[in-house]
Design a binder for this molecule. Sequence first.
Ligand SMILES: NC(=O)c1ccc[n+]([C@@H]2O[C@H](COP(=O)([O-])OP(=O)(O)OC[C@H]3O[C@@H](n4cnc5c(N)ncnc54)[C@H](OP(=O)(O)O)[C@@H]3O)[C@@H](O)[C@H]2O)c1
Length: 270
Amino acid sequence: MTPTFVYGTAWKKDATTQLVQTAVKAGFNAIDTANQPKHYSEWLVGVALEALAREGISRDSLFLQTKFTPLDGHDDRVPYDPQADLKSQVRQSFERSLLQLKTDHVDSYLLHGPYSYPGLGDSDWEVWGAIEELYRSGKTGMIGVSNVNYLQLSALIERAAIKPMVVQNRCYASRGWDREVREICVENGIMYQGFSLLTANAPILHHPTIKSMAKNLGVDTMQVVFRFAIQVGMVPLTGTTNEQHMREDLGMYRIMLSDDEVSFIESIAG
Ligand SMILES: NC(=O)c1ccc[n+]([C@@H]2O[C@H](COP(=O)([O-])OP(=O)(O)OC[C@H]3O[C@@H](n4cnc5c(N)ncnc54)[C@H](OP(=O)(O)O)[C@@H]3O)[C@@H](O)[C@H]2O)c1
């Protein structure tokens, strides 16, 4: 199953289980998490999946994505042996994700962010090699990378034995909605997931023209942004903690922006 809209579970803490169940029942069929206790409660996503399965919504009817987080992205709750070599860290983190998510496979596994900047370094290649191994093992349907720039993504596409299939980036209108990275994704058949579409773009949500588009369509500016994302080929994430907002956000499936409206939103800098 290819997702078109993803429910993100960052910062939900103890509410994670309830919110994942609510999101799935509201209509979301794709869940994003990470084995990064500092920001995500991956084990509580697993509890939600188990509860949903008991109610007849099977794990396999959902697209499940998690991430390997490098050491500098953790607090003291590192979910692998920090002294181990990087390949072992990836394997340990992945096995723990499967345990926490109470599943034997995920649909997508991401490197949370490269170690080096602006290009890729030895650590990135070593970790990507371990992620490729996981893909070969059949325990993840797709592999990808998050928080990646054009240079890093181009290098991966050029040199990796198995190219990334997913990119997950923060998407700022003021930076052309990550146009360069989105373009290289289209050229290479990579799924581009955009996050913080709302939190990174407050000026867009208050822009008079976007407000009038929303009014004409009978929705809020948030749904215009999500619909725009879909129409330019992104897979958006929403991180709402509110059931009413979940339903509103899913309402973007019922609207359609004209080509001119899409071009206008694409061209404005927040
Ligand atoms: N790879 C990474 O490094 C990374 C980093 C950050 C995030 N992410 C992923 O992206 C997901 C989403 O990130 P995000 O939380 O920044 O996303 P977001 O959807 O841009 O922001 C969520 C905020 O928007 C509000 N909101 C959503 N729908 C709304 C509506 N219909 N009406 C009013 N307010 C609405 C939410 O408030 P309410 O809760 O009140 O609805 C919340 O404050 C995360 O959960 C995570 O899975 C990944």
